[in-house]
Design a protein around this ligand. Structure first.
Ligand code: PEP
Length: 254
């Protein structure tokens, strides 16, 4: 049985004060309203990590993520943040390969392979994002496109390393657009991803890996998406900035 996971990616939003308020609201709601096993992950901006880590404390169900990390351990990399720095402030997860990082910061599949190595070597868990742009979907080449992302970034990992990875399928045309993939489109791609994992590491491992859906997940569509057999939760952007909406999405995973 795969435990469902719902992660909130705050992106470059909230002041530290707003972040503190948002995190406390989520922590309290989860404490009061979540009585079943769902993992909740909060990914605030770097500047808020320490404070949000303290707010989470030893709250059941909730852990902390960073939105990115350097592949380097330390040194002359101005503006970068290392795995060690994240661990020191209580981070457990790192989102890697979000489409915004691929598009605006030119992160390649090859660079992401190195980031995955750094994250796993440091004992953190990656949430690895993949997904196709609209023009690829229109040509119906989405399966091949996502397959290449997986092959070039993940396929060098050992079975033991792969067990630590969570995959987030995020069709780019659905991120922040209000246009969600249909439940069937999500299920179809998640099954395809699981099939690729089975081909590489075997069916048992493929059955263990969690595959999240991301792209305009909202309280009113979360339940149906998360009910699909290969959809193991969600990576949520915009709706994770409103505690009530985020909590209602989390409840969609119960
Ligand atoms: C995301 O940023 O990963 C995302 C899915 O954003 P949104 O939920 O706003 O589409």
């Amino acid at each position: 049985m795969r435990t469902k996971l719902v992660a909130g990616n705050w992106k470059m939003n909230t002041t530290p004060e707003e972040g503190q308020k948002l995190a406390s609201e989520v922590v309290n709601m989860v404490k009061d309203e979540l009585n079943r096993e769902v993992q909740v992950v909060l990914a605030p901006p770097f500047t808020h990590l320490h404070q949000v880590s303290r707010l989470i404390g030893d709250a059941k169900h909730i852990t902390l993520a960073a939105q990115n990390v350097s592949e380097h351990e330390k040194g002359a990399y101005t503006g970068e943040i290392s795995v060690g720095m994240l661990k020191a402030v209580g981070v457990k997860w790192v989102i890697l390969g979000h489409s915004e990082r691929r598009e605006y910061f030119k992160e390649s599949n090859q660079q992401l392979a190195k980031k995955l190595d750094a994250v796993l070597a440091g004992g953190l868990q990656p949430i690895f994002c993949c997904g196709e742009p609209l023009e690829v979907r229109e040509k119906e080449d989405q399966n091949g496109y996502v397959q290449r992302q997986l092959e070039e970034s993940l396929f060098h990992l050992s079975e033991e390393q792969m067990r630590k990875v969570v995959i987030a399928y995020e069709p780019i045309w659905a991120i922040g657009t209000g246009k969600t993939a249909s439940d069937e489109q999500a299920q179809e791609m998640h099954a395809h991803i699981r099939q690729q994992l089975a081909g590489k590491w075997g069916q048992n491992l493929a059955n263990e890996i969690r595959i999240l859906y991301g792209g305009s997940v909202k309280p009113d569509n979360a339940k149906n998406l998360f009910a699909k057999p290969d959809v193991d939760g969600g990576l949520v952007g915009g709706a994770s900035l409103k505690s009530r909406d985020f909590m209602d999405i989390i409840k969609g995973a119960i």
